[in-house]
Design a binder for this molecule. Structure first.
Ligand code: ADP
Ligand code: ADP
Ligand code: MG
Length: 503
């Protein structure tokens, strides 16, 4: 029986999981580093434990400490995404020490963590895979041969890959040797494993993925697909459900095959099968993510399912509470990942204190965020600070609601990717659903981002800026040494406005 849950993570996903715990009447345990003392997930939980050893230590990767806290508090562990979520040793250690790990089996995590192994397994389970090899490259000579066989362009990929790292597009044999060197060194640095392999590069590809949920009694359902082709450097920025690209018969085939394969490998918990879809709508298995995915909210919006709740029920030994035919798909959902990065300056991280924060509200909006006005966005962690989702009965309505929400969303003090999302949401090709993973590089006018429109401050931002000024003034009055507040209100406001996202 699960009574308490420790989330071995930070940020919006820790909060996301805690919220479901509260609904289910489960107690919550947060872990944090000294940098995150003031983080929202720490405030939200009933108990919170610091995992830092010193002021220099900013890491959340503390398996031993986390296991000890879980034992001490009697909590099950939900790993969220990233960090320890796809670490098979950690899941195995939980099993050994009698701690419930809210995820799939350690063996499945291990197998899916090595891309070539995953390809092998899923091929056997009946899925078409991208043309390529199922073992690491032994030499440059072998790479030449394989590349010749599958035909250029090819993708060099890290066996242990994730987060788009160690991946390289190679157009011809001249580039191959250098590319292997770079790929290996990037993979080695990122994963401590420099093995690489080859896949055929799918031209103008769509990234479409299937959300599955399975229990320990052999029941598996799908919750539809997500289109995740708005990417930068092979990393998702905007996702939507359902895919605007797939033909109905292709969609049906993909969903059915995904469920069949998940059943065949006895998959339980939530998982995502990622596919590449080519120009002719042939689809190929890419990899399986054995965890809760960042973009799971769009699926929740279209199905009404609480994926975290079901993960917890399944980990507690319960059966899936519904069958495939009980799941109703309704409408369209879009997610924009909001990063503390400057889209005008090559998406450079933009850490700092959020001075003013105005969030979108109202009909058909979902915001999963981890920050507040006064919170300092640190350079130590992933720069994603929020996920903004919209829902609509039609895709057009979801787009219009997202445009409206992005206009309402204001953060002063740091740069964010909100202006980038505004541009994409206004793009004609995007509006038509006519885009693939090359969209940002080939069809999106980046220059447009740099053209600052004459600033159009809303009353809300002016009011918020003034309020912020007043708060700083009263704080300054209480302080022993007076900071510089001699400048005029309007000059001050002007400075704040220069960092506003409202263009
Ligand atoms: P990661 O583990 O980093 O998520 P994936 O294998 O899922 O790596 O690939 C991430 C992205 O890289 C894909 O969504 C796609 O845009 C691109 N990509 C990967 N493999 C290929 C391929 N064979 N052909 C074309 N694009 C690919
Ligand atoms: P929105 O949801 O943003 O209003 P939609 O495109 O979903 O935009 O709906 C357009 C219009 O249809 C709205 O006036 C809405 O109230 C109405 N409407 C909503 N649901 C239904 C329905 N099930 N059948 C017919 N019309 C509907
Ligand atoms: Mg992936």
């Amino acid at each position: 029986m699960i009574k308490k849950i420790l989330v071995a993570n930070r940020g919006e996903i820790a909060l996301r999981i805690f919220r479901t715990c509260r609904i289910m009447g489960l107690d919550t345990v947060a872990i944090y580093t000294h940098v995150d003392r003031g983080a929202l997930h720490v405030r939200y939980a009933e108990e919170a434990y610091c995992v830092s050893d010193s002021l220099e230590d900013t890491s959340y990767l503390k398996p031993r400490k986390i296991l000890d806290i879980a034992k001490k508090t009697g909590a099950a562990i939900h790993p969220g995404y990233g960090f320890l979520s796809e670490n098979a040793d950690f899941a195995r250690q939980c099993e050994k020490e009698g701690i419930i790990f809210i995820g799939p089996s350690a063996d499945i995590i291990e197998c899916m963590g090595i891309k070539t192994e995953a390809r092998k397994l899923m091929k056997e389970a009946g899925l078409p895979v991208v043309l390529g090899i199922e073992k690491p490259l032994a030499s440059v000579e072998e790479a030449r041969q394989v590349a010749e066989e599958v035909g250029y362009p090819i993708m060099l990929k890290a066996l242990a890959g994730g987060g788009g790292k160690g991946m390289r597009l190679v157009h011809s044999e001249d580039e191959l040797e250098a590319a292997i060197r770079l790929s290996k060194s990037e993979a080695g640095n990122a994963f401590g494993n420099d093995a690489v392999y080859i896949e055929k590069y799918i031209e103008k590809p769509h990234h479409v993925e299937v959300q599955v949920l399975g229990d320990r009694y052999g029941n598996v359902v799908h919750l539809g697909e997500r289109e995740c082709s708005i990417q930068r450097r092979n990393q998702k920025l905007i996702e939507e459900a359902p895919s605007p690209y797939l033909k109905p018969e292709v969609r049906t085939a993909m969903l059915e095959l995904a469920v069949k394969a998940a059943k065949k490998i006895n998959y339980y918990s939530a998982g995502t099968l990622e596919f590449m879809v080519d120009k002719e709508q042939n689809f190929y298995f890419l990899e399986m993510n054995t965890r809760l995915q960042v973009e799971h909210p769009v699926t929740e919006l279209c199905t009404g399912v609480d994926i975290v709740r079901d993960m917890i029920e399944i980990a507690g030994g319960n059966k899936l509470p519904y069958k495939q035919e009980d799941i109703n798909f309704q409408g369209y959902a879009i997610e924009c990942r909001v990063y503390a990065e400057d889209p005008v300056n090559n998406f450079m991280p933009s850490p700092g204190i959020i001075k003013v924060r105005e969030v979108p509200e109202g009909r058909n909006i979902r915001l999963d965020s981890s920050v507040y006005a006064g919170f300092e966005v640190s350079l130590h962690y992933d720069s994603m600070i929020a996920k903004l989702c919209s829902w609509g009965r039609t895709r057009q309505s979801a787009i219009e609601t997202m445009r409206r929400a992005l206009r309402e969303y204001k953060m002063l003090g740091i740069k964010t990717t909100i202006p980038f999302h505004q541009r994409v949401l206004m793009n004609e090709a995007f509006e038509k659903g006519d885009y693939d993973t090359t969209f940002i590089d080939t069809r999106f006018d980046k220059e447009d981002l740099k053209k600052k429109k004459s600033s159009d401050p809303t009353v809300a931002v002016i009011t918020a800026a003034l309020r912020h000024y007043e708060l700083e003034k009263s704080a300054a009055a209480r302080a022993t040494t007076l900071p510089v507040i001699g400048e005029s209100l309007w000059k001050y406001y002007g400075k704040l406005q220069m960092t506003a996202n409202n263009y």
